[in-house]
Design a protein around this ligand. Sequence first.
Ligand code: SF4
Length: 70
Amino acid sequence: MLKTTIIPEKCIACGLCQVLAPSVFDYTAEGIVIFKQDSNSLDLDVSDSLQQELMAAYKECPTRAIIVEK
Ligand code: SF4
């Protein structure tokens, strides 16, 4: 599992993380990042099977609004 945190205050609603990791991320009506599995949580243990797409989104997020702890 990969402990992942999102920081909505930093998100600029660019849409990249949802394009790169559609199984992990989704958006509010305003385009701000949420977890697809749990839209009310800011922390989530993401399955190892989603590591590749999660890390792609983590690396590309322009504002570092996604944090992954290994
Ligand atoms: S990539 Fe980062 S800034 Fe862009 S929507 Fe996702 S969390 Fe927000």
